[in-house]
Design a protein around this ligand. Structure first.
Ligand code: F6P
Length: 535
């Protein structure tokens, strides 16, 4: 994709300070998207009418609408793996047929959802028991897309949590599973092994550890295991009864899979009704994404704002800053969603990208981040576009004053980033304490450059429906950015090399194989670990 027009539009728009844009009393409304009950405000960026048109031209030149339709209609848009991309079918509760290779996949999707609901209710209501009685704890063992989505959402929907306690184990570091299992009673624990491929080394290692732990106190450990996977043969070999295996198809990518079986622990925690509301929120966004004109389309404008900052202005990172403690895992979830999808330098056709790939995504909930890294965002030499999000209402009605404080902080940050503080204003602040050269020096440290871009997403309350809307919003944003970059957002070849080398290094670390052929640094590190471990 040629970004020349975009770059020149962005360069020229950036000459006007963002604050001055508000001389136009209609600026905020005109540079926002209001849809359903969500408001996405991108007016505190340098995007102007010409810039927005350049962005929409890109959207049209990349023929994103046709690609979007191809995705929803089950074409194999994941071209490097020859697969359709149909996680949207998992939330298509009231929709029509979805065809893959001439077959409607919806009957299968709905039947699996029904089985999940029956099982979740059986666990929640005590019909499915452990050897020690009613299930008190569920341990989801998975990693990446088989962990981050449900773990993020279980935390996000804590006010709806009325089922057994849910724990998520992902890291192959034994500390993770050991610390999780330590306080649990194996006789009342259900272990859910979540792995699309059922081959991921971290997950299979932790699953084996959990099985061994379970067999210390339970006569039939496999009876307290369930599996979420596309690989029925492998779940059988692990000893899990097909009755407790919830399958899905290869047209659901790992990082897009929380809407189906991979969401089972979330469903057990919050109940099938909440889970359905979550799916409906996602489906609402699917519908909106397909019908709204680009300028009125939430995922499209969120994506185009990202393209403006990354390809237009060369800002390498973006910070995701939810003012919602329960979204504290959202940045980690989005790191996989965005960076595993769009962190690629090869275009769909095999050529090398001529511009930046997707950005580095990072963040923390506000207000915590304010007391950590916002210093750099306000006064560092690099510009970090910020994506704020905040609920109009919290759940703690008796602590509404805290929510007001939270909202005020969120809005204050975007205002401060835009306004900044001039040298004169800084001088006025310290004028009563210092004079002369010292006053100048002290004032200089208190200057904020301002003119730093941010967007804000406001939603009514973090209900399951709203969470579904937000997650689907980001999924489609990734799609639009990927389509404009001309890359395949649905493969992840870049994770393979490290996996292969780790496999080969394990016997080297164990001392069974020498370090011959390894580079000097790797050999030295292996030897240091061996020496320090005392083995
Ligand atoms: O290594 C990356 C990855 O393949 C992710 O794409 C995926 O979400 C994760 O590993 C886990 O894979 P699985 O669900 O097959 O265990």
């Amino acid at each position: 994709m040629d970004f020349t027009n975009l770059k020149s539009a962005a360069k020229s728009a950036a000459k006007t300070p963002i604050l001055n844009r508000f001389d136009d009393p209609d600026r905020a409304r005109a540079f926002s998207v209001s849809a359903g009950d969500l408001l996405f405000d991108y007016s505190k960026t340098s995007i102007d009418s010409t810039g927005r048109q350049a962005l929409i031209d890109l959207f049209e030149r990349a023929d994103v609408a046709s690609r979007r339709d191809a995705m929803f209609s089950g074409e194999a848009i994941n071209e490097t793996e020859g697969r359709a991309v149909l996680h949207t079918a998992l939330r298509n509760l009231d929709g029509g047929p979805v065809m893959v290779g001439g077959v409607d996949v919806m009957p299968g999707v709905l039947a699996t959802l029904k089985r999940m609901e029956t099982f979740a209710n059986d666990v929640r209501e005590g019909r499915f028991k452990g050897e020690g009685g009613q299930i008190t704890d569920v341990v989801n063992i998975g990693i990446g897309g088989s962990d981050l989505g449900p773990a993020m959402a279980t935390l996000a929907l804590a006010p709806y949590h009325d089922g057994p306690r849910c724990h998520y184990v992902s890291n192959v570091d034994a500390a993770h599973i050991a610390d999780t299992l330590r306080s649990l009673d194996a006789r009342t624990t259900l272990v859910v092994v979540a792995s699309k491929t059922f081959t991921t080394i971290e997950t299979m290692t932790n699953a084996a550890t959990a099985k061994a732990w379970m067999s210390e106190s339970v006569a039939h450990p496999a009876a307290q295991f369930a599996a979420l996977s596309t690989a029925a043969d492998k779940t059988g070999a692990f000893g899990i009864d097909p009755e407790r295996v919830f399958g899905f198809e290869d047209w659901v990518g790992g990082r897009y899979s929380m809407w189906g079986p991979i969401g089972l622990a979330l469903m057990i925690a919050t109940g099938p009704e909440s889970f359905r509301a979550f799916l409906k929120g996602g489906a609402w966004m699917d519908q909106h994404f397909q019908v709204a004109a680009p300028q009125e389309n939430l995922p499209v404008m969120l994506a185009l704002t990202g393209i403006w900052h990354n390809q237009g202005l060369d800002h390498a990172t973006r910070a995701v800053l939810p003012y919602e403690q329960r979204l504290s895992r959202l940045p980690a979830y989005l790191q996989q969603l965005e960076m595993e999808s769009n962190g690629k330098s090869t275009a769909m056709g095999g050529t090398t990208l001529t511009d930046n790939s997707g950005p580095i995504v990072w963040g923390e909930p506000g207000t915590n981040g304010q007391h950590a890294f916002y210093q750099l965002i306000h006064q560092g030499t690099r510009v970090v576009p910020c994506e704020f999000m905040v609920a109009a209402q919290g759940f703690e009605a008796d602590l509404a004053h805290q929510h007001r404080l939270l909202v005020a902080n969120c809005l204050a940050q975007s205002e401060a980033l835009m306004r900044g503080r001039t040298l004169d204003e800084a001088r006025a602040i310290v004028a009563d304490k210092f004079e002369g050269a010292e006053l100048e020096r002290q004032a200089a440290h208190r200057v904020f450059p301002g003119n730093r871009p941010s967007t804000t997403l406001v939603y009514p309350k973090l209900t399951p429906f709203v969470l579904g809307q937000i997650i689907a919003l980001y999924e489609h944003r990734v799609f639009v950015e990927g389509a404009i970059l001309g890359i395949n957002s649905y493969d992840q070849w870049g994770v393979e090399l490290g996996k292969e080398l780790a496999k080969a290094l394990e016997p080297v670390v164990a001392g069974e194989v020498g370090t011959d052929g390894k580079d000097g640094s790797t050999a030295q590190l292996v030897q240091a670990v061996q020496r320090m471990s005392g083995e």
